[in-house]
Design a protein. Structure first.
Lengths: 258, 358
């Protein structure tokens, strides 16, 4: 459980357009790493390269290395499907499967992968929903459709669905941007609990959120519109917010640009 | 108590002409009034001028309705309201023009077809019944239609569904463009051409007419409709759902089978049912390939069969009072069959539609 990610010299393209260039960083296990930066600087693209979701987009292509402990995710014999089982993802907008009940949504990862024992399924679902702090709210209506929940509950359902397959790493792409403050708080608390078991990477536009939940923060920026995004610096969250080593980071955090 | 009630009643405020937010308005029943007035005008004018055709009366009334709505509203209210009313009344007129033929068709079919439509008619064939005499039934034609349409569906739904999945989920480049182009071309194939195509194959291999041959021609007509409607439905499935499944480590083919297709299933079913409804009324390929028969033949793979559209044509051609009645009754059966399919499709679409669960 919980692996270290080591990225070196990673460049990602959309067809001919270079979206991010030459990114190298280390993501520590059992910690929360936050990505901040202005829109279009490639945070989400970079996040999606970490579980090979980037190449799902037509024209998406990656150069460089992403080491998960000792294994290169972009090695020649690596199966992207296996990578995505190891590195789970939660998206910006809650996206429960509309044809499935709450139970089936959480069980979806196991069922669709075909690797489960029938009598364990109920336990896994309960454990995941408890892990996502949703069990008490939905335990009486597990057979109701997942799309009937509120936005915040749906997002926690999606988190439960992601952790049900027991990934090593959990990627979160602005998981709270569509939610109200109370649901956001619930999810932030949850992130704090989940980092005991998983390596978590979170993209956020909310700098207070980055400061609240993360142990380390990475700042991304792009030189100009149309230029590829780059990693400016990555450091302990406290240092990034109190005393960053690059001027651009301080300008961004204090709201002087972006 | 009554006193307070009286006191509570708000004093009527006279609409001030200077208020920018309120203005003179026609009463709510105004459109009904316009309709009554224009129908009266149209009929009066028709009667005066001695026009024979009632259609003419109706069209003139419709024209009056649009004109009266516009002029009265622009006089009483204002230009913008008048334009709004104009658009609304044009929409209503078009709706009525579209519905009147449909209703009259159903009315004529039901009123003429109901005469001989009974369980005897539904459960007997024309075996041994001379065409110009009363009696006989439509059973052999119902069996023929069910089997031919069923076979055509069994052939075309898998092909159409898989083609659509290929086009939406995998297809890119020249092959996908070519497939899309030929599906479009196939949509325009007249049924008689599809019939002739299968006929040429039938003659080449020296096969004899059978329900299966007709079903093959019907499948040619049905495939493009299924592909088109399925494609549109699959495109409506949000990309987020595909990504959600892929991010769980689900292989692409399972994502399609377990997430994408089930999400679109309601729409796909509706599309298939509409395609079935469309081919259920085809006569030309049946005449060429199934040959028609007076007898019950439940085996679609051997020997001539009948079908409902063919039966209607056959009975009409006989030209006697009794055969006309049978033709209308068969038409009623065909309409009921298609309508039943549509209802089933709606039921399935509602049942399978993504639920909100509130």
């Amino acid at each position: 459980m919980a692996k270290r990610i080591d990225v070196s010299g990673l460049t990602a393209y959309y067809s001919a357009h270079k979206a991010i260039e030459d990114i190298s960083m280390t993501v520590e296990p059992r910690s929360v790493t936050a990505f901040i930066g202005p829109s279009g600087c490639g945070k989400s693209t970079f996040l999606r390269t970490l579980n090979r979701m980037h190449e799902v987009t037509p024209g998406g292509r990656v150069e460089g290395k992403v080491m998960l402990d000792d294994e290169n995710l972009y090695g020649s014999n690596v199966d992207p499907v296996a990578v995505r089982r190891t590195v789970g993802m939660v998206f910006q907008r809650p996206n429960p499967f509309p044809t499935m009940s709450i139970f089936d949504n959480v069980a979806a990862g196991l069922r669709l992968n075909g690797s489960y024992k029938k009598n364990q399924l109920a336990d896994v679902v309960e454990k995941s929903l408890r892990g996502a702090n949703l069990w008490n709210e939905v335990k009486d209506r597990l057979n109701k459709p997942g799309s009937g929940l509120s936005g915040g509950q749906q997002q926690r359902l999606c988190i439960a669905r992601a952790i049900a397959v027991e990934p090593e790493v959990l990627l979160m792409d602005e998981p709270c941007s569509a939610l109200d403050p109370i649901s956001t708080l619930a999810i932030e608390d949850l992130i704090g609990e989940l980092k005991e078991r998983f390596t978590i990477v979170i993209v956020t536009h909310n700098m207070q959120q980055a400061a609240r939940v993360s142990d380390r923060t990475a700042f991304f920026n792009l030189a100009a519109v149309g230029q590829p995004g780059r990693l400016i610096e990555i450091d302990e969250t406290e240092r990034i917010f109190a005393n960053p080593s690059v001027q651009a980071t301080e300008d961004y955090i204090s709201g002087r640009f972006g | 108590m009554s006193q307070t009630a009286v006191q509570d009643r708000p004093a009527p405020v006279p609409p001030s002409p200077k208020s920018p937010l309120s203005s003179r308005a026609l009463p709510r029943w105004a459109p009904v009034g316009f309709a009554a007035a224009s129908i009266a005008l149209g009929c009066g004018l028709g009667a005066l001028a001695g026009w024979e055709s009632r259609t003419q009366w109706g069209l003139v009334s419709a024209l009056f309705f649009v004109l009266i709505s516009y002029t009265v509203t622009s006089a009483v209210e204002n230009k913008r309201q008048a334009k709004d009313r104009l658009a609304t009344s044009v929409v209503w007129v078009c709706f009525i023009l579209a519905v009147v033929p449909l209703l009259s068709l159903i009315w004529v079919t039901v009123s003429r077809g109901i005469k001989v439509l009974d369980t005897y008619f539904l459960t007997h064939s024309m075996a041994g019944v001379p065409g110009f005499e009363a009696g006989g039934g439509v059973y052999h034609a119902i069996i023929g239609t069910l089997e031919q349409v069923g076979l055509a569906t069994v052939i075309s739904v898998p092909i159409g569904l898989l083609t659509a999945v290929y086009l939406v989920e995998y297809g890119k480049g020249a092959l996908a463009k070519a497939v899309t182009f030929f599906v479009d071309v196939m949509t325009g194939i007249p049924s008689i051409v599809a019939g002739l195509f299968i006929l040429s194959i039938m003659l080449m291999f020296q096969l004899s007419p059978s329900g299966l041959m007709g079903a093959l021609a019907l499948a040619i007509l049905m495939i493009p409709v299924v592909v088109r409607s399925t494609e549109e439905m699959l495109k409506l499935v949000p990309n987020e759902l595909r990504e959600a499944a892929l991010a769980l480590g689900v292989p692409k083919w399972r994502t399609i089978v377990k997430v994408v297709v089930p999400t679109a299933l309601g729409g796909i079913t509706t599309g298939v049912m509409l395609a079935v409804a469309r081919i259920a009324g085809e006569t030309a390929p049946i005449m060429l390939l199934v040959f028609g028969s007076q007898l019950i033949n439940a085996n679609p793979f051997e020997g001539a069969q009948s079908s409902l559209p063919f039966y209607i044509w056959e009975q009409y051609r006989v030209g006697s009072e009794a055969s006309y009645d049978r033709a209308w009754a068969a038409a009623l059966v065909l309409i009921a069959f298609v309508m039943l399919l549509n209802l089933v499709a709606r039921g399935i679409a509602r049942w399978k539609a993504p639920k909100t669960g509130r």
